[in-house]
Design a protein around this ligand. Sequence first.
Ligand SMILES: Cc1cc2nc3c(=O)[nH]c(=O)nc-3n(C[C@H](O)[C@H](O)[C@H](O)COP(=O)(O)OP(=O)(O)OC[C@H]3O[C@@H](n4cnc5c(N)ncnc54)[C@H](O)[C@@H]3O)c2cc1C
Ligand SMILES: *[C@@H]1O[C@H](CO)[C@@H](O)[C@H](O)[C@H]1NC(C)=O
Length: 451
Amino acid sequence: MGDIRQNDPGGREQDSPKPRLDVAIVGGGIIGIITALGFLHRGMHVVIYERAAKFQEIGAAIAFTGVARECMQRLNPRVLEVLGQVGQKSPQERVRYWDGFHPRTKQSAEQEESSLLFDVPERDLAFWACLRSHFLGRMADQLPKGTIQFGKQLVNYTDADGSNKVVLRFADGRTAAADVVIGCDGIHSVTRKLLLGKEHLASNPSYTHKTVFRALVPFPGAIAALGADKASDYCLHLGPDAHMISFPVNNGAMYSIFLANHDPQQWPDPYTMTATSTRQEVSSALQSWGPHVAEIIGLLPEKLIKYGVFDMADNPAPTYASGRVCVAGDAAHASSPFHGAGACMGVEDSLVLAELLEHVQSLPASSRPRSLVAALQAFSAVRIERSQWLVQSSRDMGDIYEWRYPDTGEDGAKCKAEFEWRARKIWDFDVDAMVAESKKEYEKLAASTVY
Ligand SMILES: Cc1cc2nc3c(=O)[nH]c(=O)nc-3n(C[C@H](O)[C@H](O)[C@H](O)COP(=O)(O)OP(=O)(O)OC[C@H]3O[C@@H](n4cnc5c(N)ncnc54)[C@H](O)[C@@H]3O)c2cc1C
Ligand SMILES: *[C@@H]1O[C@H](CO)[C@@H](O)[C@H](O)[C@H]1NC(C)=O
């Protein structure tokens, strides 16, 4: 069987009492790379197999919570350092949630306050936002040469009883072997399909019946549409069947618009999650909205890309692990973006895996295959409830913002209450307790697993 440690310079393995754990990570997205950095920090040997020929530059922004930053620090302090360099804390003091629908005319500042549904102090949210491509590129710079192999699309793996390695098979016909496989291959994860079976309902994500439009427009236009006060904050406009999130970026050079719209139709092809659209389509969908949102829509470019939002809420995976293979990040629990915390869940996954596999690495090599099975089962047991809750809650938030959620309707106070308890659950999370629980779960499983 091919040993990917053969290229290791210096033969350090012979000198060290325990050989390094050999890990294959499938997918070099944000979670694959963060996981790799956490494992490398703990002395493991890591290869990332990425389907694409090179990193794809996606110009989208992404934000991380305080909990995710705490996990990054513990995974590998370099990850948080890099985020600190490419990211910026939101400069606004509060996030305001406006009624974007009812006011029929532009109002004076005092009248304007009546369409404020609620606000939240930004310090409670404490997001650090960055461009996804910047963060990914800078993290990849931290990887030792050769860690990431491009053009490697996983098509199958074999995790045979009695074999001391899992064998991965790629579309180019080549194979590779590793002690353990972490599938970070995103929403359409092949690892998940192989792990659960192609026919399993959770092998495919489902359409959330929401479409999203994104654009950057010149800031002066936003001031003309919303007024200087409103345009200077991070703000949400809520209303029937749609919502808009908008804020100034690049120190007020540009204004970022994220517009989500309910879609009762089916989405034609789940593998093509984008479609071409026009400003006209957006303005006719929101034609009865108030003047602020209407004028913002007027700033959009004439041709737009429409994103179909998919997630795993309808068919959550019954487990994240089988044998010596598991899934993490979007591969395990792809979420809609309405909590802005999908990747944060993946970062929590990475920390649990890093801590458990570090422990397995400290054990005698002969006991590894069975210890790995217990470690991955413990990971799945500890992560499944919280990460799947997020997927469902994110869907609910989309409906709350779009006045489709029966318990809250158009009631600002009720919307705020729903938002707050959900946000608290994401932000006030005890990372130490999660790690401790995963170790306890591992000990329990390791003691009881019979082979
Ligand atoms: C509009 C939008 C806004 C968002 N905003 C936020 C936010 O503000 N905060 C937040 O926390 N989250 C946010 N998210 C969620 C976040 O983007 C995802 O959770 C995150 O990118 C998932 O990372 P990942 O590494 O798990 O998967 P991906 O980023 O999808 O990476 C998967 C990688 O695997 C590779 N791959 C796929 N198949 C194979 C294969 N067979 N073999 C080898 N490689 C393969 C792919 O090429 C890709 O590089 C948002 C999502 C959307 C859609
Ligand atoms: C994967 O390989 C196994 C043998 O290990 C085989 O039985 C199975 O059909 C293969 N699956 C796919 C999707 O190619």
